[in-house]
Write a new protein. Structure first.
Length: 620
């Protein structure tokens, strides 16, 4: 499936400043150079780390990105079009393997960014972070310095927060502290200018269910009902993703080269070891149907994301012997944890039809004159009224289990989780034990289920009917016990790896999922929201929720963990300096190093990881 707008993207690419010195598709030239640091993957973490490393002009940095550039493409740039570039040329378009969990579960599509900026060019622009205890858990798992204080300062380093106007803050009902955010970073953060009737009612609706408002959700405790900002640059109301934030402004740097449309196939190893560890000397990539090799003088940094990072490690000979033997790849380092410990936020949702065709994002699809009027407001950067094309996803709530199911049921569920973890023989059992603390010691300050409202039909369980408008409420589970894997099944980088999330392989997860959908209905039935709706479309009043949650779920697109930062004997792939065990100069910097999932959307955390990684690399 190719976006009808892809020709626009190509034209924009040809016209724009992205053809400035650093960014090119001249593979010949790239391959004849050699770089101190080769960064594989020009996505969220890759561009961040490349930008920081190349601030030091003693080092040369070469970035290889498999995708192209989305510069100037409205389906990437316009906030209210979020989701429009999923399934296009900017998406790897992965699909998970159907699996056996509580029962058979279907395969689901997994979007992943394939472009300069990676998944930040494809995502839904939610900008948030988890509770402090979740980052502190990473340190307790053996990663000194990887705690809330450090991650908070690096996440702040990545962002420039723009305070909402008094009118906008009052429409949302928020009291924002700029000190909760960074002020000098590359990613521009602001609140969506368009405040829908749905958004206005969020706090009161949740308050009527006993959920308190949280005005500081990004400052270390995200539990409660909140309005959260987005990565929108308010100066032109466009998506501030990794490419415009970190790369385009420095694209004339002489010590930085970025090659697009270049698929890295493997890392090549020197014949000599260093201190018993293997040494990367170059990487092989293909571009325009030809194969090239480019030399790395200091390090290779893998930033291919949670799916492709384990794939590249395995293609390069690092992984479980059994996996590599089956795929026909020679073993270089036997590291069985590569591709394991995969964790995701499984998502269930419900959809309600709006009475009287009330205006939502669906109206853009249903009514061409409305769409044109909103496009004109957007083009004019109108504040009053703001265009619906400025709208993203501000309404969020992270809730503990007891809030969702009540104390008694929560106790029973926790007991079930404890029994499961006690019986586990997984190498990453310590991480599972830390996860239990979120249910026990930190149960009030670490959310187990996220709830959010979407102003339109955006639920993988179904499709909208023409000329109707909808509200979607979603309930993604934040701390599943199920763990999956990503592995190669051939020696070719062009073959997609096998993604097995093992959703619902632990019955606890299914029970939490059902509880989430039950609670969505409670939100929809509040006196604030119920008058807006005519019919429950999904799950549908007659639906069997056990079956619905097993068969109609999707992903929140937050996979992590396949190159976990953990001690080697506890399921680790990288150490706390992000170096791959057994190598002297290969690091992983991306979402795959997260050893234990967080109750947050992942982009701000990934930028924080990359900012911290750059300091680790530069400061030794
Ligand atoms: C549809 C969607 C919605 C999301 N919504 C949100 C949201 O609202 N808020 C939020 O915080 N997070 C969201 N996320 C998650 C967030 O965007 C990601 O967790 C984060 O961007 C991942 O960063 P990364 O650096 O690990 O990987 P990526 O940003 O995906 O970067 C990996 C890059 O490596 C490239 N690459 C891979 N393999 C190779 C290879 N062999 N050779 C060369 N290049 C290669 C890829 O093309 C890609 O550009 C969403 C993600 C998706 C997909």
């Amino acid at each position: 499936r190719v976006s009808p707008r892809s020709s626009f993207a190509r034209t924009a690419k040809a016209d724009s400043n992205i053809v400035s010195r650093s960014i090119s598709s001249d593979a010949e030239r790239f391959a004849t150079s050699s770089y101190d640091y080769i960064v594989v993957g020009g996505g969220t973490a890759g561009l961040t780390v490349a930008a920081r490393l190349s601030e030091n002009d003693h080092y040369t940095v070469g970035v290889l990105e498999a995708g192209g550039s989305g510069f100037g493409d409205p389906i990437v740039d316009i906030p209210g079009k979020y989701g429009a570039d999923v399934g296009t040329i900017y998406d790897w378009n992965y699909t998970t393997t159907a699996g056996t969990g509580v029962t058979d579960v279907p395969s689901v599509p997994w979007a992943r960014g394939k472009m300069l900026g990676g998944s930040t060019g494809l995502n839904f622009l939610v900008w948030n972070r988890a509770s402090r205890h979740e980052y502190d858990a990473w340190e307790r798992l053996g990663n000194e310095g990887w705690n809330w204080e450090s991650m908070y300062s690096y996440m702040k380093k990545a962002e420039s927060f723009h305070q909402p106007s008094r009118e906008l803050a009052s429409s949302f009902g928020i009291d924002v502290s700029a000190s909760d955010y960074g002020s000098t970073g590359s990613v521009q953060i602001s609140f969506t200018k368009y405040v829908s009737p749905l958004a206005r009612k969020w706090f009161h609706a949740l308050e009527s269910l006993g959920i308190m408002k949280n005005d500081h959700p990004l400052a270390g405790n995200n539990v409660g009902a909140s309005m959260q900002p987005s990565d929108i640059d308010p100066r032109n109301t466009t998506r501030s993703y990794a490419a415009p934030a970190y790369l385009f402004p420095i694209a004339d740097r002489k010590n930085l080269d970025v090659l697009i449309d270049a698929l890295v196939r493997k890392i090549n190893w020197s014949s000599k070891k260093s201190g018993g560890n293997v040494v990367a000397k170059s990487v092989t990539f293909t571009s325009g149907g030809k194969e090239y090799t480019v030399a790395a003088k200091r390090e290779v940094i893998i930033s291919c994301g949670t799916v492709n990072t384990p794939q590249l490690l395995e293609l390069s000979g690092i992984g479980a012997k059994t996996v590599l033997d089956k795929a026909g790849v020679d073993l270089v380092i036997d590291l069985p944890s590569v591709g394991e410990n995969l964790q995701d936020h499984l998502l269930n949702c419900g959809v309600w039809e709006r009475k009287n065709n009330a205006i939502t994002l669906d109206t853009l699809r249903n009514n061409m004159s409305f769409a044109q009027q909103q496009a004109a407001l957007y083009a004019n950067q109108s504040d009053d009224p703001a265009s619906i094309l400025d709208e993203t996803v501000p309404n969020i709530a992270y809730l503990p289990l007891s809030t969702v199911v009540g104390e008694t049921d929560a106790k029973a569920l926790v007991a079930e989780a404890v029994a499961y973890v006690n019986a586990s023989t997984a190498p990453y059992k310590r991480a599972l034990q830390e996860q239990l603390l979120f249910l026990q010691q930190y149960s009030d300050v670490v959310g187990q289920i996220e709830f959010f409202a979407l102003d339109g039909f955006q639920c993988p369980a179904g499709t909208p009917e023409p000329n109707k408008t909808y509200t979607t409420f979603a309930a993604p589970q934040q701390h599943s016990l199920s763990r999956g894997s990503v592995h190669i099944n051939s020696s070719s980088a062009s073959d997609y790896p096998v993604i097995k999330p093992n959703y619902y392989s632990v019955p606890f997860d299914h029970k939490v999922a059902v509880a989430g959908v039950v609670y969505l209905r409670k939100i929809a039935a509040t006196s604030l929201y119920a008058p807006l709706f005519s019919t429950e479309i999904l799950p549908g009043e007659e639906a069997d929720l056990q079956h619905y949650t097993l068969t109609r779920f999707g992903t929140e697109f937050h996979p992590v963990g396949t190159a976990s930062m953990l001690p080697k004997t506890q399921g680790g792939v990288v150490d706390s300096s992000l170096k791959v065990y057994g190598t002297s100069n290969v690091r992983v910097v991306d979402a795959s190093i997260i050893p234990l999932h967080i109750s947050a959307h992942t982009q701000a955390t990934v930028y924080g990881i990359a900012e911290k990684a750059a300091d680790i690399i530069l400061l030794g």
